[in-house]
Design a protein around this ligand. Sequence first.
Ligand SMILES: [Zn+2]
Length: 296
Amino acid sequence: MKKIGPLMILEGPNKSKVPFSRSLYIDSSEKVLIDTGAEPTLLKTIQKEKGIHYVVNTHYHPDHTCHNYLFPQAEKWINPIEMETVSSIEKVAEQNGIYQEWGSVGVEKWVKTIPNEWIESLSIIDKSYEYEKTYCFDGVNVVFLHTPGHTKGFSCPYFPDLGVVYTGDYDMTTFGPWYNGTDGDIDEFISSGKRLLTIEADTYITGHQKGIYSNKEFKEAMTQFLSIIETRDEKIKQSIKNGLTFEELTKIGIFYPPRTLDNMLLYTWERCGIRKHLKRLGYTVQDNEIKSFVVN
Ligand SMILES: [Zn+2]
């Protein structure tokens, strides 16, 4: 297990790949677990041997909150914007584009597919933290930077004295930026990504797969990561030129491989993500036709 001063980096199964994530643990006299997507047996061992007083979630997505339910005794915090979201599973469905794409019938259908532990993990969150304020856990300072884009409330915990930031879903994966919920925003994603490059940090810890980057490596990786947004734009523009309808465009795999799109949630995010690109490129969807905003 990797350690940086009082911070322990806890891996999730399969290199912390979705539906799990990397967690951070502050090992001071106040024991803090940041996100709970790590290996559950590892989390339980830490709980038993050292204890967990606080669980702090960067955002509400299940790959970062799924094991909250293992710590009923800990006080659980989430960002102030998403305190509201976690109050009902219907609100979570709304933020994930399910209501937008399929209406209340779709929401009902989706709710039935969710594991009980996910719902429990969200329903037991106690309170919200403030953005941009310095919290001190027995001498370990942490600031929850508000970095919207991935979700509206998404935060990146930054440890100014250690020069460490947990970048969560700024994960630098080859999949590219994820802003596919109705609460995601492409422009905000880009601004927040750029903001992460301006803070004073030497160590960037991502939430999934690749892991730890130096400042220089993270800068290079961010350029590449954000450029995937333009690649998606280009692919969509080309498809419109080729005369594809909206429904056809949602089947070719702008985000997810086409073979995975029979999964309802992935297909919902595919549609939702494409709508964001269309809007950004100046298009609107009318009865399945893609039309330009620009009047000639
Ligand atoms: Zn997420």
